[in-house]
Structures are given as C-alpha cells and as structure tokens.
Design a protein around this ligand. Structure first.
Ligand code: ARG
Length: 466
C-alpha cells in the first residue's frame, strides 16, 4: 500500500513510478531509518499516542527488520518508494496494522533530513579514523627519514633543499586541516530534525529533546521549515571531502612525478602498482593515478549538491532527493581512497641517495650564498645580482658555486671570503632556515614531535565519539 494513494483516482505512469523511487539508493540509510523510527516510537509512547503493548510490538518489529537488513535479498523490493516506505511495509507485514501507527505525527521530510544527518555523522567518524591512519603513516615515514634531504620546488624548478621529513609534514598539515573541517561539520550537523513534521512542526506533543538525546544529537533543530529543507550539512561535508580529495590528489601527483626515471626519488611498491599488457618493462603508479582521478568525482559531487539546493524555495522539494547520491558517492569514494593512500604511504620507498644528490646540486644554495654576502654588509639586491652573475658563469663552465676558486668568486662578489664555502654545504643551507615552520633539522624535529602530539589528541577525540 502506498503512503499517499487516497487522493488519487488514476495509477501512476509505470515508468514514472519506477523512475521517482529512491529505494535503490536510499536503502543505505536503513539502519539510520530504524534508529530514527525507534526514537519517534518512544516519543509517541511517552505522549500517550501508542499504548505500551503497541510500542513494544513496534520496537520488536523494528529490531527484527534491522536484523534481516543484513541480508541483501531482504532489500529486494520493486514496490517500496523509498526507505521510509520500505520500513513501514515490512513493519506492517510483521506486526499488522499497528505498524501504520508509527507514522503518526511525523513526515518523511523530517525523516530523510534526520537519516542523512545520522549517515553523514557516522561517515565523518569513519573518515576521521582513516585520516588518522594516513597521518600515522606520514608521520611514521617522516620519523624514519632522519635528516635526509631533497630538493623543494617552486614553479616545479629546483628551489632550496629541505628535509624529506619537512616535505612529508607539509602534506600532514593539509590532512590535519581536513580533519578539523570534518569535525566542524560534525558539530554543526548534530541537531535533530525529528518533531519538525512535514514543514510546520508536529501536531503531537512529542518530546523533541528526548528524541534528540536518544539519537546522540546535541539538541533539536530550532526551526521546522529550515530543518526539513536544510542540506547545508551535506554540502559542507562533501565540500570538505572535495578539499581532502584535492590534497590527496596533490600528494598523488608528487608520488607519480617522483617515481619517474627522471626524478627517481620514490620506488613504487609493487603491491600498489600494475603492469602494462603491452610493454613488459612497465610498473605504473595506478594507485596514485586513480586517487588523482577520483578527486574529480568528489569535486563533481560537491558541485551537484550545491547546484541542487540553489534556487529551491522553502521548505521540502523533491529535488532534495537528489542530494543523497552525491553524499554516498563522496563518502564511499573517500573512505576507499584514504585506505589505499595509507597503505601506499606505509609501503613506498625513498631513494635517499638520489634525493641527496638532487638536493646538493643545481644551485639550490644560491640564496644561502646571497645571504652570506648580506651578513657581510652587502645590500640584498646587490648580493642577489652578484651571485646571479656567478651562477651564470658556472652554468657556462659546467660547475657549481662551491667549485669556484676564491679568486674567480671575488670577480663577482668582492666581499666573499674563505668561509664562503662552509656556508654553502647542504647542512649549512638546511641549517640556516632556523625559524618556526622552517626546514632547519632542529625545527623539523620539533615539528615532528608536535605532529605526534596533535595526532594523539585527534585519536582521543575520535575515541570519545566511538
Ligand atoms: N525519498 C524522499 C527523499 O529522499 C523522502 C521524502 C519524501 N517526501 C515527500 N514529501 N515526497 O527526499
């Protein structure tokens, strides 16, 4: 039996009937639907709208549906319009007409808003746990790198040497921010729409605070029009995921680039690579390429969501049914991506010799050379010019700055002295970036210890939600 057939004289067009159903995808929400239904049933009981025996029978029926839902065959249903209709149908099949009483004083408009919030909250908890594992992999790698150095790039041109650990921690920073964004989203979404009715608020004296507490929400939503039509939480969630996906895509891009023969900084783990059916020599970075590619999908989900809500009048409109699939797609995509990324980062190997060689050549000490002159009183603009000319000469003569004799050097930089050379070693160049957030080894050691502490704090917060 349909949830709304009374007013209609004609049956639905069969194609339209099939097409408008959301059950094929919103069946993912069955456990959330059952939890919300239990909370509503208890509130109905407390309000005297259900006799104790009816309440008991409804709760038992919902429990049984929950158990059966583990079986995919149970969810085969070509009639159910959506997950709300499906649960009602099953409940009536199990306990008889009392099952219809569950819908007293509620609307699917508040139910879907509640179910989707519960889904996103749960997804955030899982994603944060996986982000914690990715951060663990990155930080553990960074701890193992010691003072190994590599080039850093601007414009993808060699810039200055940095510690490998400093580079890994740069990526960790982005993931810490992603965790924070998800936590913010969780805080804002954690209000309970139940009791909002279809649009104007329920007509039964339901204890909204009790329903909210029952479902682990901080409080009931403040406005029934807003609660039934708000999808900010879904938009925020998927936009946070699109940024996370973007960060992972940048990490993936670097892994792909650094694993090329030309860079040779990274050795791809075989367990996360594939070969070519045509070229026998190939080992391809598919894991990283797919992570880069999946970002496009999640960015698309975020765009679809915000475009759906734009221009909708208050309150509920059926367009809102279209907000579900992008949420599922983004959550499921990123859950899988995070797990692959953590596995990859734990397994990938670095070629420290190649990194060291690349960090020790290519004039990456030129800025340190200019600053050496500045320390001897040469204005920076002039020092820059002098070292620039020296570099030009070295390029023509196929050598590095540290290969210049003091005699040749002084033709460009008259203030230079014998100690010039000790300021140009890799250690000296790394060490001179001795500032909070800089790559001097002592600073990186401190940053690493702080990252460890932040990860421990994050895990503590996640534990509190578990
Ligand atoms: N399947 C619907 C959705 O996801 C549930 C709400 C239906 N409400 C309505 N008034 N038709 O949006």
């Amino acid at each position: 039996m349909k949830m709304w057939a009374g007013r209609f004289r004609q049956p639905l067009d069969p194609e339209f009937e099939r097409w408008q159903r959301s059950f094929p995808f919103d069946q993912r929400l069955i456990q959330e639907e059952l939890s919300a239904s239990r909370a509503h049933a208890r509130a109905l009981g407390a309000a005297g709208a259900l006799a104790q025996a009816e309440l008991d029978s409804i709760l038992r029926g919902l429990e049984q549906i929950g158990q059966q839902a583990a079986n995919p065959e149970f969810l085969q249903d070509d009639e159910a319009e959506d997950v709300h209709h499906f649960v009602e149908k099953q409940l009536v099949a199990l306990i008889g007409e009392t099952g219809y009483k569950l819908h007293s004083g509620r609307s699917r408009n508040e139910q879907i808003s509640t179910d989707l919030r519960l889904y996103v909250r749960h997804a955030i908890d899982n994603l944060q746990r996986s982000l914690g594992e990715l951060l663990e992999a990155l930080i553990a790698r960074a701890e193992k790198c010691g003072v190994a150095a590599m080039p850093s790039y601007t414009h993808l041109q060699p810039a200055e040497p940095v510690l490998v650990a400093h580079w890994l921690l740069a990526h960790a920073e982005m993931f810490f921010r992603d965790c924070g964004r998800l936590a913010d989203c969780r805080k804002r979404l954690n209000q309970c729409p139940l009791g909002s009715g279809a649009v104007a608020g329920t007509t039964l004296p339901l204890d909204r605070a009790a329903m909210a507490a029952d479902l682990g929400f901080d409080q009931p939503t403040a406005n029934s029009l807003d609660a039934t039509s708000d999808r900010d939480f879904a938009i925020e969630f998927v936009q946070a995921l699109s940024l996370l996906a973007t960060h992972l895509s940048r990490l993936a891009e670097e892994m792909i680039l650094f694993s090329t023969r030309e860079f040779g900084f990274v050795r791809l783990p075989e367990a996360f690579s594939t070969g070519s059916s045509a070229m026998p020599q190939k080992q391809n970075p598919d894991a990283m390429e797919l992570i880069r590619g999946k970002a496009a999908r999640v960015i698309g989900d975020a765009t679809a969501l915000v475009a759906t809500v734009k221009g909708l009048p208050l309150a509920y409109n059926k367009d809102l049914q279209e907000t579900q699939e992008p949420v599922f797609s983004a959550a499921e995509t990123m859950q899988a991506v995070l797990s692959i990324a953590a596995g990859f980062m734990a397994a990938v190997e670095f070629d420290y010799d190649r990194m060291h060689a690349a960090a020790s050549s290519g004039f990456m000490n030129a800025m340190a050379a200019a600053h050496y002159l500045v320390a001897r009183g040469v204005p920076f603009r002039l020092a820059h010019e002098q070292i620039g000319r020296a570099v030009q000469w070295c390029v023509e003569n196929h050598c590095e700055l540290q290969d210049l004799s003091l005699y040749d050097l002084r033709r460009f930089a008259p203030e230079a002295d014998q100690d010039f050379y000790s300021h140009l070693t890799l250690d000296a160049v790394l060490g001179c970036h001795d500032v909070e957030g800089g790559t001097a080894p002592a600073r990186v050691r401190q940053a690493l210890a702080e990252a460890r502490e932040r990860l421990a704090a994050l895990r503590g917060e996640l534990h509190a939600h578990a």
